[in-house]
Ligand binder design. Structure first.
Ligand code: PMP
Length: 419
């Protein structure tokens, strides 16, 4: 397979250049859980804390002004990254989970009632399920799901069965963190809007890997995590369409989110500050701005094409592993990850044995238990790719899996003897 990105990309990530387990080169295939950061992002963090750090929006002194400028510049960078029209549509949060919970609490409590329906999908991460279950418990609203096809895509032919004039909100992932499915965000958003629903997209697994354009997609809310897109952990983004955000009351109370506080009441600040109570993730947001710069300098389209090539290679080579079951749709409809099960051993054991060969993957339910229930399994193993991965690393994965498969092959003779 060709290298579609410059070799120098790999060298930007110092953490990847190490050996584990008796000198085996690290093969990191777990970026869907959390990616790594390039030197450029690490440098931005060092620069912030060693030169420009103070609390933002408060002090009238040089360092506070520098930090505030850098923080607001990061907001502007994220605005550009998302194709949003206004910087005040960008709210810094602790991550995707915090962003979705903020919408469920702030917008949900103010707008959802007992006759309303919340439309989800069975492939959602727990963080795009549980906040809605909690909202349904508080309000009496009911939960519905868009059915899946056999191969793990959303079955839009059956959307009318579940999308009704009672649907208040449709919340779904742009890319499934377990199946890898790329969902048709634009079409689903259009149809949800036609029946009067508000749309929230969990972009945790798409924002790192392909262009996001909130205006082109037409979504109302969108959530992402910095740590999955070369940024630091502890920071994420909630995008909200301006008209909608402006009508939404704050949910978390505290400093910064107010306009004026009296002995027994307060008036809220404007957006986005209204949703940024307390001291925000200052260095995190600034470094997320640096991550956005980095991804854009490499090019989101180039990253996406690189990952398509990795997926094609993985899809072809993984079929060589006897008895492997690959989860989700074929290579043309998925982003850069692939989950699988072998008949034996258990995914946790597979991950452990791969680790002995230097290969880092994720094993378990990946916070998608309902999906695993539907698939009739309790766990799977997931290999996920990012801009720094190479086809040769997939070859290491495949050879190691073959070895594991051989070792755990149900040996006919032994079996028969036992029976
Ligand atoms: N949604 C999806 C699709 C994810 O993959 C993840 C992270 N695994 C999350 C939400 C939650 O993100 P975070 O833990 O950063 O809040």
């Amino acid at each position: 397979s060709p290298h579609l990105l410059p070799e120098s990309v790999r060298e930007d990530f110092p953490i990847l250049d190490q050996r584990v387990h008796d000198g085996r080169p690290l093969v990191f295939l777990d970026s869907a859980a959390s990616s790594h950061r390039p030197r450029q992002v690490i440098d931005a963090i060092v620069q912030c804390y060693s030169h420009d750090y103070a609390n933002v929006h408060r002090g009238i002194h040089t360092l506070s002004e520098r930090a505030t400028d850098a923080y607001e510049l990061a907001r502007e960078k994220v605005r550009g990254f998302l194709g949003a029209e206004h910087a005040e549509e960008v709210v810094f949060t602790g991550g995707t989970t915090a962003a979705i919970n903020a919408v469920a609490r702030a917008w949900g409590d103010a707008n959802v009632g007992p006759d309303d329906e919340i439309l989800l999908t069975p492939m959602e991460h727990h963080s795009n399920l549980v906040p809605w279950f909690q909202l349904a418990e508080r309000t009496g609203a009911s939960i519905k799901h868009i059915p899946l096809t056999e191969d793990g895509r959303l079955d839009l032919d059956r959307l009318d069965e579940v999308l009704t004039d009672r649907t208040k909100l449709c919340a779904f992932a742009s890319v499934s963190n377990t199946l890898g499915t790329i969902n048709p965000v634009k079409e689903l958003t259009r149809r949800a809007h036609e029946s009067g629903a508000v749309v929230l997209v969990d972009a945790a697994q798409s924002a790192p890997h392909m262009v996001t354009d909130v205006r082109q997609l037409g979504v109302d809310f969108l959530a992402l995590s910095g740590h999955k897109m070369c940024g630091p952990s502890g920071v994420g983004v909630l995008y909200g369409r301006r008209e909608l955000l402006a009508q939404t009351p704050p949910f978390m109370g505290g400093g910064s989110m107010i306009n004026r506080v009296y002995l027994d009441r307060f008036t809220p600040a404007d957006i986005p500050t209204r949703f940024e109570a307390g001291t925000p993730p200052i260095a995190g947001a600034i470094a997320l701005g640096a991550a956005v710069d980095y991804l854009q300098s490499v090019g989101l389209d180039a990253i996406h094409r690189h990952e398509e090539a990795l997926i094609d290679h993985a899809w072809e080579r993984l079929q060589e592993v006897p008895g492997i079951r690959l989860l989700g749709p074929g290579p043309t409809q998925r982003a850069g990850l692939v989950s699988f099960v072998l008949e034996r051993p258990h995914p946790h054991d597979i991950a452990q044995l791969l680790d002995f060969d230097g290969v880092a993957v994720r094993a378990g339910h990946h916070c998608t238990q309902p999906l695993h229930d539907l698939l009739g399994i309790t766990a799977s193993t997931r290999a996920s790719f990012y801009l720094y991965n190479r086809p040769e690393e997939i070859d290491v994965l495949v050879e190691s899996l073959k070895k594991i498969g051989d070792r755990f092959k149900p040996s006919g003779r032994k079996r028969r003897r036992k029976q």
